[in-house]
Design a protein around this ligand. Structure first.
Ligand code: DX5
Ligand code: ZN
Length: 219
């Protein structure tokens, strides 16, 4: 199923509750929350209290993308704060299996994210335990960067491996540079969950922006 996931990184943080609710009214499927620690990536965004406040203010599915060095310590804390799914980077300092176990023990969904230079095969040993794989189509850290079309073969390889393993409902997410011009390439390569920050929050009419993005995926 095709899902549109606005990234609040590009929203007006002084009006966070409204910005999330407006995307719900616009027909978004989930909310993508970018957490950056200034160490794993060269930027700092938001942390646990913001996720806890979001949880109180919305029933939208909260997809929390941890761009942090220590997801083993903090992943379970984001689960407790109200994340519905915690996605961590395979390139972090934490052992992936331990992070998966820690998130699942909280009863939450779990995903693994791959930076552009990381091979698709790195995630293969964990696929059958995951709810989602996130293929970064920019170097993580900042919104508004250019979509890396050369990540499409990685999407194809992961989708094919999921099919081979019978994981037919696996969500494959793309994040970075998704807009009306780039979404079709990612969709036809096998992605079905589309993060968009600047292409949605940068527009005056959120419903029109969400609808257009959805339409362009299949174009
Ligand atoms: C980048 C973040 C993205 C970012 C995407 O490191 O993970 O979620 O918000 O922003 P756009 O859609 O503007 O590329
Ligand atoms: Zn993200």
């Amino acid at each position: 199923m095709l899902k549109i996931a606005p990234s609040i990184l590009s929203c007006d943080f002084a009006n966070l509750g409204k910005e999330v609710n407006d995307m719900k009214l616009a027909g978004a499927d989930l909310i993508h929350v970018d957490v950056m620690d200034g160490h794993f990536v060269p930027n700092i965004s938001l942390g646990l209290p913001v996720v806890a406040s979001l949880r109180k203010s919305t029933d939208m599915f909260l997809d929390v993308h941890l761009m942090i060095s220590d997801p083993l310590t903090y992943g379970p804390q984001f689960a407790d704060a109200g994340a519905d799914m915690v996605v961590f980077h395979i390139e972090s300092d934490s052992p992936p299996q331990a992070v998966i176990d820690a998130i699942k023990s909280k009863g939450k969904k779990v995903g693994i994210s791959l930076k552009p230079k990381t091979a698709a095969q790195e995630v293969f040993p964990y696929l059958d335990q995951l709810d989602m794989v996130l293929v970064m189509t920019v170097e993580p850290g900042f919104g508004g960067q250019k979509f890396m079309a050369d990540m499409c073969p990685k999407l194809e390889i992961i989708r094919r491996e999921c099919e081979r393993l019978g994981l037919l409902t696996m969500d494959i997410q793309v994040d970075g540079g998704i807009d009306n011009n780039t979404i079709a390439a990612a969709y036809s390569a096998g992605a079905n969950v589309f993060v968009a920050g600047s292409a949605l929050y940068g527009k005056p009419d959120y419903k029109k922006a969400v609808d257009e993005l959805r339409e362009h995926a299949r174009s």
